[in-house]
Structures are given as C-alpha cells and as structure tokens.
Design a protein around this ligand. Sequence first.
Ligand code: ZN
Length: 409
Amino acid sequence: MTDTLIKVDLSQSAYDNDMIHNRWHPDIPMVAWVEPGDDFIVECVDWTGGQIKNDDDAADVRDVDLTQVHFLSGPIGIKGAEPGDLLVVDFLDIGAFPHNLWGFNGFFSKKNGGGFLTEHFPEAQKSIWDISGMFTKSRHVPGVSFAGLIHPGLIGCLPSKEMLETWNTREAALYNTDPNRVPALATLPYGPTAHMGRMTGDAAEAAAAEGARTVPPREHGGNCDIKDLSRGAKVFFPVYVNGGGLSMGDLHFSQGDGEITFCGAIEMAGWVHLKVGLIKGGMAKYGIRNPIFKPSPITPTYNDYLIFEGISVDEGGKQHYLDVHIAYRQACLNAIEYLKKFGYSGAQAYAILGTAPVQGHISGVVDIPNACATLWLPTEIFEFSVQPGADGPAVFDTRGIDVPLAPDL
Ligand code: ZN
C-alpha cells in the first residue's frame, strides 16, 4: 500500500491546506519525512488553486490573481539529504483525479500576465479540455485530439538562504531597469498573498515578504515546464537545505514546447506517484548546477510532423542578432497562419500550439545575423489532413465554435 502523503480537497481554498505553499523559502517547514527508497503519492491542486472554472466564460482568466500562483504541495523532507547531494526522483505515475477529469488552457490579458504572443492575442481567452483516460479533446477546439504527455510543470527543492538572496537580488535588478513595463520584467516577492505552509506568526510574515515567487525556472528546477519531464522520467535535483524539501505542482495533462500560451498547458489538478533516492555529494561528483533528467520510456508516438521555420526578423521586418526568442515567435506565428487556412481561428490555432505535443527546436544559432528556430506540429492529432498540396487546404468546418473571449474591462 503506497501512502498518500499530501491530500487536497478541491472544494477547499488552497490557503486552508497547510501542506501547500506558494513561495520558495528555506524556512518553510517540511510537511512529511520519507526515507531514501520510499515511494509515495502527492496530490496537487491546479496551479491557480481553482481560480479557473469549467465553463464557457473567460472572465476568470482575465481576472485571475497571479500573485497567488503557483500553489505547490510540500515541502517533503528526505532523511539524510544534505546540501550538495542530488535528490533522485522517479515519476512512477501521474494522473488526473477520477472526479475531476478536465483541464484548462488560456491566454492572459496583456494587462494581466500576457503570454508569448500577447501582442497578437492581447485579450483573455480560455479553452476547456476533457480528459478521457490518456486522451484529451476540447469543445472549444474541434477536429483535434491527442494522447497526454502528463507532467508536473513545476518541481524542485527549497533554496538555501544564500540562493534565495541571489535570486531576489538579480531579479530585482532586472525589474528595476523598466519598473513600469506591462507585463512586468520579473515577479518580485509579494507578501499579502503568500501562503507559507506551516509557518505562523511574525516568522511567516517576514518570510512571506522575501519568499521568491514561483514563476521562473531557477537553479533548483522549479517552474521549468518541460513536457518531457513526464511519467516514467527520472530527475536528479540539486539539494540546498537539510532534508531537501521537495515541492511540486502545476500539473499538465499535455503541453507544447515553450508553454507559449502561459495559462498555460492543459492545466489540471491531480496526483503524482514518486520514488526518491539520494546521491551523496552528487552535485560536485557530476558537476551539476541545474537538474538533469532521463525521459520516460513511454511517450505518444506522433512521428509525422509539419515543421515551421522562423528566423530572427520580427513582425515589423526589423533584423535582430541571433535572437532565438524572436525566431521561435516567428515559427509559431507561421504555424498559426497556416492553421487558419484550414478553418481555425487564430485563437484556436494558438491553443493547439500551447496544448498539443508540439516540439520546439533551436535549429541554428551561428549563422549571423539570423537564428533559426523550428516548431514541429504533429499532423496525426488532427481529424483531417493538414498536408499542403496542389488543391489548396480542404477547410474543416468548425461550425462557428471558437475559444471564448473576455473583452478587457
Ligand atoms: Zn502550468
């Protein structure tokens, strides 16, 4: 019998569960202790803590309180773990709750979070994806279905005090180069909506004021949003505090490389079955600064792709120097324009790129002045042909269905 170390109640506020926290801080108390070699189950709320509903109205995406995210389950202490060790985590299995078989994808308003293509999709939109075993489809994006590559978007160990200071210092320096920018350049500590787990009183308040936000990936892993960190994968995490303090959340049923829609992949509540081990002194032994991992032996086998190229020339025709970010954006925009010719709205095409097992590749970074990035669109996820041919695109009838939009207030 495998123990469920952390349970969540989806009808309860995440703030009322003291085995959940939403900031990174070395003093957050462990909620459970395990031995190396143990396996156990951890339940997680969705990353927003239930702010997004299963309905046809995107107002909740528009009005989301992003200072609350991400709600993480943990931290879990591993006996014997010390700074400098590697925590070995096997993802034995990951799934949705049988009583909650759905997830959401959305684009944030440009004024509240934005996204990779926020200049092109500045208003909040949302699609709901139904989960049927290992498959998913959406009532808002017809003609497409695929197998899930289920993964936690966010997992890592607690930072040390020194590491937390390093994060806060460097991120504040970036933020302060343009403090009025919308969306902001970085998410700085913010006490009022912090949930510090089992910390209480003055200590909790002080830690909340300096606790790192969970938004960016950092040295410990954290919010990496790597779709291949899926069930069956084995991850090696750096340890910075005694016990490690492993926390996780932001479960995704499926996601395209880049999580370009930001809200996000197919976001869901669910559970993770983990097994942990230790490599003593592993960080120095292997020269590890950021986590490394081995992928799952089981992944969806979509082998036929249409591959869209993008170069580092922006939408206005301006030349940029080897800018992979701009090149990938062009690859994504090229894929969206292509899918629109088959009957999809731009928003539906964007939602597909954010949710389906789309691959993103950095293809060239030396051929001055253009970087080349490619977006790999699996063609077998469509119920109709998206191949180019002499007769032009056979338009799929989406029956007037679209991704619900919430106009800005
Ligand atoms: Zn996510």
